[in-house]
Design a binder for this molecule. Structure first.
Ligand code: SAM
Length: 384
């Protein structure tokens, strides 16, 4: 990002200063040295090893009464997954099950994690005596899955919104994603797209079996996904999921709610694309490991003559407010182009800047500016 743009952005966000030195003062974790860190290998040695597997626990999931969490989740899931909605209401009214879930630590009380584990272990998906008996028999393995895994839903449908924005930047781009999960959003040039039921638009690297990502559009898209040229892709995640590992793919499929069949089919097709050439996803945590990752992004893009893009989607929400602000400050100071895809109250610079139109939505941002209101999974977009 040119210096004048940085100053402009910093002024808009109220940051008003470069923060890189603050982060660099103690020396960042030695994240990005050598191939041993690629493909999600666990970091060994140095402060970064402390980050692997750490569970965020200062969250609403840790604090709210369990019945309230499951009733809330029933309303969230209701429109697309009547199965989960009915099960969550039943759990909220069934102490034999809810007390077990209440005893889980911190963020592990998140309904999505238990429901994913239930699907992962082929448990009954409806409430009743059969489920109570099944949980009595299978709780050790269900609990182990809950404790060892997290909600890492990787939604390739979001690329239908991200790709036109990425294609509008100076090409080619070097794509870096934090909170990348299995890295499915690092492959926007390998998918196919269909807007408003029109002709299929193939990304430049798409093969014939690539999923077709459908999206309803209002407003003017900034570019076509066909114009996107990705010369480098790399992710960072607290717990990367190798896309070519069948058990990790099974977990990702388990996180898709029953009834969302089209979504699951899209995920399976995207995983097949990723498995052919899995994008590298390093192990590291925001905000601590972000400055080193940003330095690496800028240097890599520079060497390739590409535009450095830092992207994140449904990830900043997992950070406390201070972590979000520190991440934003580091990104703005780094000089990368910043593409954010988060809820409307998550990115500090975008907070409250897109009027609520009554639909659950995410906000797509570019360099601290809102550019679109969109569905959380990319099914529709309003370009602003
Ligand atoms: C809901 S998934 C979103 C995955 C992907 N960005 C997408 O939109 O499909 C959130 C991801 O962020 C990761 N994550 C959460 N907190 C993180 C942190 N503090 N640092 C790095 N990754 C984090 C999780 O491990 C998970 O893979």
């Amino acid at each position: 990002m040119p210096q004048d743009r940085l100053v402009q952005v910093a002024a808009q966000t109220g940051l008003g200063r470069r923060v890189a030195c603050r982060f660099c003062a103690d020396g960042g974790p030695d994240l990005l040295v050598g191939d041993r860190l690629r493909h999600g290998a666990t970091l060994t040695g140095g402060p970064a090893s402390l980050y692997a597997g750490r569970v965020k626990d200062a969250h609403a999931y840790a604090r709210k009464p369990i019945e309230e969490l499951y009733r809330w989740f029933a309303t969230e899931a209701g429109p697309t997954s009547p199965t989960w909605a009915a099960l969550c209401r039943w759990i909220a009214d069934t102490p034999a099950v809810s007390e077990r879930l209440d005893a889980l630590p911190g963020a592990k009380r998140q309904p999505n994690v238990f429901l994913g584990a239930l699907k992962y272990h082929d448990g009954p998906l409806v409430g009743g005596p059969e489920l109570i008996a099944w949980l009595d028999a299978h709780w050790p393995e269900v609990e182990a899955t809950i404790l060892s895994r997290a909600t890492q839903t990787n939604e390739p449908g979001r690329c239908a919104v991200l790709a036109p924005l990425l294609a509008s930047l100076p090409q080619p781009v070097a794509l870096f994603e934090v909170g990348a999960s299995a890295g499915l959003l690092l492959l926007p040039d390998r998918y196919r797209y269909r807007y408003d039921g029109g002709p299929i638009i193939a990304g430049r690297e798409a093969w014939p079996g690539a999923p077709v990502l459908d999206c309803a559009v209002t407003g003017s898209p900034p570019a076509s996904p066909a114009d996107l040229v990705v010369v480098h892709r790399e992710g960072l995640d607290a717990s990367p999921l190798p896309a070519d590992h069948p058990d990790e793919a099974r977990w990702l499929r388990s996180l898709v709610w029953p009834g969302e069949d089209a979504r699951e089919a899209r995920l399976v097709a995207a995983l097949a694309v990723a498995a052919l050439d899995p994008p590298p996803v390093l192990t590291g945590r925001l905000p601590d490991d972000l400055p080193a990752f940003l330095d690496h992004a800028v240097a890599t893009a520079d060497a390739l003559g590409a535009t450095p893009v830092l992207m994140h989607s449904a990830t900043l929400a997992y950070l406390e407010r201070a972590g979000r602000e520190a991440s934003q400050a580091a990104i703005v100071a780094s000089g990368v182009r910043w593409v954010s895809f988060e809820g409307g109250k998550v990115v500090p610079a975008l907070y409250g800047r897109v009027p609520d139109d009554g639909r659950p939505h995410f906000v797509l941002g570019l360099d601290c500016e809102p550019v679109a209101r969109c569905s959380p999974h990319g099914g529709w977009v309003d370009w602003l």
